[in-house]
Design a protein. Structure first.
Length: 136
């Protein structure tokens, strides 16, 4: 009899634990399809992305938008010049390094206008994606 009670208690505990482990699929946000399939017929589209920024979400958002606009500008044959500056400085105890990115668009009389179609932030990596488009 004791062995039967132990088995029943074990099965109940196992059932309770397994029910707690079930993940509600609606609570898990699935990556939108447009991250890799972002083209819209008749429009110039791009997706910009950015990992979390040291200065917070506004800088992360600005970086993602800037990257998407760079892609749109290149597709419109607008001259895009991007330069990278890497720097290293320090003293006897600490060494610091960083990377600066400058993007300059010259339009020769053309204006690049883009609209944000959608945004999505990966809940695990916190990568922010911005989907933008412009008329051709």
């Amino acid at each position: 009899m004791h062995n039967k009670q132990t088995n029943i208690i074990f099965l109940c505990v196992l059932l309770i634990c397994s029910s707690c482990a079930i993940i509600n699929k609606k609570s898990v946000k699935k990556q939108p399809e447009w991250i890799f399939h972002y083209h819209i017929e008749g429009k110039i589209c791009a997706v910009g992305s950015s990992l979390p920024h040291i200065h917070g979400f506004p800088y992360q958002q600005a970086t993602a938008i800037s990257r998407a606009i760079d892609q749109i500008a290149m597709q419109k044959r607008v001259h895009v010049s991007t330069s990278l500056e890497q720097f290293l400085y320090g003293n006897n105890h600490n060494t610091h390094s960083g990377l600066s990115v400058y993007s300059v668009q010259t339009t020769e009389g053309n204006v690049v206008r883009a609209i944000i179609k959608d945004t999505w932030q990966d809940p695990q990596s916190k990568m922010l994606y911005v989907w933008m488009f412009s008329e051709q």
